[in-house]
Structures are given as C-alpha cells and as structure tokens.
Design a protein around this ligand. Structure first.
Ligand code: V47
Length: 357
C-alpha cells in the first residue's frame, strides 16, 4: 500500500506541489529524518551544497510601540524607564561605531512610535546612505509601512515611493506573525491583520522591492494555521515572485504576556524549517535564523532544508529582550566555521543573494 510519505516523496520527485493535507501530515509525523531528507533534496535542488550568510547589522531605532502585541517583549510605552528612540545623531553614531566592518546590509526595524514623523524616516534613510553608500537598507515591515501611510494620509504606493527615493532597498519579513484571524484577535489585535499585510507586501513587490517573509511559531497557533500561513505566502509568491527568503521565527516567551509558554523544541524548530522548504516550492531560500534557534541547531538545520544562517547582526535586541540565550552577534569566522564543519560550502552573500567576493 502506498503510504502518505511515499505519496509526498513522489510529488517532490515529480516537482508537484504539496497541498494542505501533505503539510498537516508532515507536521503530525515525528519522523523528522524522513522529512529532513526530502527537504534536503529540495534544498540541494535550489542551492546545491551552498550555505549562505550575510555581513549585516541590526538597528532598532525605537522600542516605543503603540501596538502592544502579547508576544512581544521589546515594545515599551513612552514613559517606561527602558523606552528609547534614536535621534538621527544617535543613528549616525550607531553606524559609525561599526564603520570599519565590511557590512553589506543594514536591517532596520522599530516600534510604532507616534512621535516619529515621515521626515524622521526620510532623514534616517538618507543619513544611512550617506555614511554607507554601498549597503542595502533592508528596513520596515509592512506594519511600519501601514502606519506611515495612514498617519501621513498617503497611499501605500506614495509611501513606498518616498521611502524608496530616500534609500530603502528591501523589506524584512516580519509583521505577519501567523496569518490567522483567530491568532490575530487573541495576540495582536491592534496590529494590521493578514489581509492588510498581504495587500501591502503585494504593493511593495509591485514597486520592484523584494521582501522576505516570516512565521512566528510556538505560541497558540495550530498546525492547520501554520500550513495555511505557508500556503498564503506561496499564493502571493505565485502572483508577484517578490519574496526572497522565508524565515521561521521560534517564539521566545520571557518578559512577554505569554511567559507561561515553554520554549519551542528542537524537533519543532527542525520541522518548521523542513516543512517550509517542502511547501514553499516557489521560494529560493529558507533561513535558519541562528539568533532564535541557537548556533548549533541552525547548523543542523542546514541539512534539514535551510540554506542560509542569516548574518553577523552585531547586536540583536528583539529576541534577546524575550530571553534568547544565543550570542548577540557572530563573527564572519564563526559563520564560516559553522557551515564548513557541516560539510557545506560557505558563501557570503549580499541581501539579494549575490556572492560577495
Ligand atoms: O515580526 C517579536 C518576531 C519579528 C518575538 O527578513 C518574536 O531577514 C520570537 O522579522 N519571540 C522581527 N520572535 C524579526 C524579523 C526578522 C528577523 C531576522 C531576519 C529577518 C529578515 C526578519 O520578530 C517580529 C515578530 O514576528 N518577534 N517578538 C518573540 N518574543
């Protein structure tokens, strides 16, 4: 009798798309070796034995946020003692601090701070480009784009156009969390929902700007909601081809209003990587984000469907505020070592997966 696993294997071998039931089967199966083997096969089809990393720096310009998502430890109120907002001078300082490092990407995101106007964002982008003309500015999730557009009574297209002219090159993948109305209403009701996230990302892609996509897992979401999330991303990718990488984000609960939730397990982390690789047949890259799952598991994930470890980062704040035990940044040497010792070929890339030589 043909087992469900063989049916999925045949689909993979014949380049046939997996459906919702296949995704559910894979999440329910604890045979992660089998799932991982399939995912590795697909990974090799896309990226051979390459494993990528990027020399990047994170910059979180403010932690003041009006959204109050229950899963977030980073957000502060204006009058909290740990709240902060970088002035343009402070942003300059943060860039200059690492100016001798061969950074090719700046990852810039922050909270929704009502005190920041459009001029601030334009100045920030221009300042970064002046100091680092050759870096890719990967900045602002669809949530920030929505906020800027609504608070300045501009269309999404106008907002993107202004930011693009000021230096915006690419968008990171955050903000969608899990595209389910149920999870939205329970965990992040103040934040834009899936319809608006998808609408904005489609417009960003149509403006010629590439984005990533993420999924925050390990809180209250069901496996059905995870699979639906992947399928919604895949559908949009069919339409726009504007997604670059998919990054599963493991929930960290410390200092959040969900602190009763246990950390994700290695099994679940690897499953999310592998199943993403198998379901997202139109995504070129799956990232094992070492910050969230730790260096060692991220290294292992390179044989379970991932082809990218993300980057050097310098100083990660969002997950560390929520209790991440990983380092705050990694050296290039460390990234190379992690990849080489897993038998793969390290490739330093820029934000668009061009090799950096
Ligand atoms: O959207 C917030 C998540 C995201 C927590 O595109 C949390 O290259 C875990 O999107 N535990 C921001 N996760 C990070 C992000 C990202 C990271 C690395 C690379 C890229 C990329 C994008 O972090 C948020 C949210 O989903 N997040 N709080 C938490 N407690």
């Amino acid at each position: 009798m043909k087992t469900k696993y063989n049916e999925i294997k045949n689909k993979i071998d014949n380049n046939e798309r997996l459906n919702f039931d296949d995704g559910i089967f894979l999440y329910n199966s604890n045979n992660i070796i089998q799932t991982g083997l399939l995912a590795d096969k697909v990974k090799r089809k896309f990226n051979g034995d390459k494993a990528y990393y990027v020399y990047n720096q994170h910059l979180n310009y403010t932690n003041i946020c009006k959204n109050k998502c229950r899963f977030c430890a980073f957000a502060n109120d204006n009058d909290d003692s740990s709240s902060y907002t970088f002035s343009i001078e402070k942003i300059k300082e943060e860039i200059l601090k690492n100016i001798n490092e061969p950074i090719t990407e700046l990852h810039v995101v922050g909270g929704l701070n009502p005190d920041l106007d459009l001029k601030y964002f334009v100045n920030m982008l221009k300042t970064i480009k002046e100091l680092r003309p050759n870096v890719t500015i990967k900045a602002f999730t669809a949530v920030e784009i929505d906020y800027l557009s609504v608070s300045n009574s501009m269309t999404i297209e106008e907002t993107i156009d202004i930011l693009k002219k000021a230096g915006l090159d690419m968008l990171p993948g955050g903000g969608a969390e899990v595209m389910s109305d149920r999870v939205h209403d329970e965990l992040f009701p103040e934040k834009i929902g899936k319809g608006r996230w998808l609408e904005i990302i489609e417009k960003v892609h149509n403006a010629g700007i590439v984005t990533n996509a993420t999924m925050l897992y390990g809180h209250i979401e069901t496996i059905e909601e995870r699979v639906n999330h992947l399928i919604q991303l895949r559908d949009l990718q069919d339409k726009t081809n504007g997604f670059s990488a998919f990054i599963p984000l493991a929930f960290h609960s410390e200092n959040t209003r969900l602190s009763h939730i246990d950390p994700t397990t290695a099994y679940d982390d690897l499953k999310n990587i592998s199943i993403a690789r198998l379901m997202l047949d139109n995504f070129d890259h799956i990232k094992a984000y070492w910050v969230m799952i730790g260096e060692k598991l991220a290294q292992l994930a390179l044989h379970f469907g991932a082809d990218d470890l993300d980057g050097t980062i310098i100083e990660e704040k969002i997950t560390h505020t929520a209790g991440a035990k990983s380092a705050k940044g990694l050296t290039r040497e460390k990234m190379i070592k992690l990849i080489e010792s897993s038998g793969l070929t390290p490739v330093e890339r820029d934000s668009f997966y061009n090799e950096v030589i």
